[in-house]
Design a protein around this ligand. Structure first.
Ligand code: AMP
Length: 393
């Protein structure tokens, strides 16, 4: 069966068409600047890539153009070839602990969490409605970034703030990247043929989060009420002292929302290095001796190493550490920097094995107390798997 895996943003729509259960990607692409001037789309299929400008006034138009192209390019013979659509939905609150079949009632329940993810959830829902219109009768499934983390206990998800913040306003840790961490846990558990593993899953891309998993259940994760918390990222600060906001507000008269935007978009690797949010650029600058780039890399590696050490403690000793996403899969330099900084856990990198990018591989030595694997993530596939499984029910 052919399943579309969809990630709708406020002005973009990313899709992957996957043949299931064979897990073969048939086509993928991106619609950009939806609702804006200069909208266009790219579709990759059969080793080819087309890019076209098109007036994409809203998501419904983009989805119609996509369907027409899939047929015109002979990627599918008719719309009835598509037997399921899985949608990434960022926030399902405390309520959605697994993927669900979407209908009007469920969409209304998901909308309750729009305030918790104002940039993402309304756009995700818009994408769902657009596909419901064009493919009536086809199963639509919602896959939440937050769902995998709903197993956290109050000891982990509560912030030590007045309890009413939680009761009245739902202020708690939710965690994100759940679909990726779930995929990593599934992949490593299947590979090692164990369902009782204690896994530290490190999703290190432009965004980044570390998750402690015990026997398939999340114990703790580094992102929080929003994706701003936890480790240092490409442009996000990660954990900082909350008082900095009031102090900076008084110093600069920038509003809380402007400052929060700076913590999300101007901080992290970009903020410290002043060079870029992209670890490739920061690495290149560091190699040329740029001191702030060197400092940015050092802080970045330490923040990640500290979380790994903390989660090793929380799990009572991890069985395996997995590195994934753009940096984790591709940067041997950053992998080495991180692993060197958890040497106290008895973790040891095999530098020869580490000299590669972008594939599943063990990178620690035989002596390493905890094995370290690079596990390429695949959120689109995880979404397609959930959609297939729910369509069977
Ligand atoms: P993601 O958010 O998972 O797509 O990761 C994107 C990030 O991965 C980029 O911003 C880069 O920092 C990083 N990245 C991708 N390829 C490489 C590479 N070959 N070496 C180092 N970093 C990379």
């Amino acid at each position: 069966m052919k399943i579309l895996s969809v990630n709708a943003g406020s002005s973009s729509l990313k899709f992957t068409l996957i043949e299931m259960p064979a897990q073969e990607v048939i086509a993928s692409g991106l619609f950009e600047k939806i609702g804006l001037e200069g909208s266009f789309y790219t579709i990759k299929y059969n080793g080819e890539k087309i890019t076209k400008e098109s007036e994409l006034t809203d998501h419904a138009v983009a989805v119609k153009v996509l369907m027409d192209e899939l047929v015109n390019l002979n990627i599918i013979s008719s719309l009835s070839d598509i037997e399921g659509v899985g949608h990434r939905i960022v926030h399902g609150g405390q309520e959605f602990s697994s993927s669900v079949v979407l209908n009007e009632e469920i969409l209304n329940r998901i909308s309750k969490y729009n305030d918790l993810a104002p940039l993402h959830n309304p756009a995700n829902i818009m994408g769902v409605r657009a596909f419901m219109e064009v493919l009536p009768g086809v199963i639509q499934v919602g896959v939440f970034d937050t769902a995998f983390h709903t197993t956290m206990a109050a000891t982990e998800y509560l912030y030590p703030v007045p309890y009413e913040w939680y009761e009245k306003y739902q202020v708690r840790k939710y965690g994100f990247h759940g679909t990726s961490h779930r995929f990593i846990n599934k992949t490593i558990s299947e590979y090692l043929k164990r369902d009782d593993l204690k896994v530290i899953s490190c999703h290190i891309g432009n965004g980044g989060s570390i998750t402690a998993i015990d026997s398939g259940k999340v114990v703790d994760t580094s992102m929080g009420f929003t994706p701003l918390a936890g480790i240092m990222m490409g442009t996000r600060s990660g954990d900082i002292d909350a008082s900095i906001l009031e102090f900076m507000n008084k110093q600069t008269s920038a509003s809380i929302s402007e400052l929060t935007n700076e913590l999300n978009k101007k901080s992290g690797l970009l903020g410290i290095s002043g060079v870029s949010s992209d670890s490739r650029d920061v690495e290149a600058a560091a190699e040329e001796g740029n001191e702030r780039a060197i400092l940015a890399q050092e802080i970045y590696a330490r923040k990640i190493a500290n979380y790994i050490a903390m989660y090793n403690n929380l799990l009572g000793g991890a069985d395996v550490i997995c590195l994934t996403a753009g940096v984790g899969e591709n940067s041997k330099t950053m992998r080495k920097m991180i692993i060197d900084r958890i040497a106290s856990l008895g973790v040891e990198l095999d530098e020869e094995k580490n000299d590669f990018r972008g594939e599943f591989r063990l990178i620690s030595t035989d002596n390493s107390k905890i094995p370290v694997y690079v596990v390429p993530t695949n959120e689109e596939l995880m979404i397609a798997i959930d959609t297939m499984e729910l369509s069977d029910k």
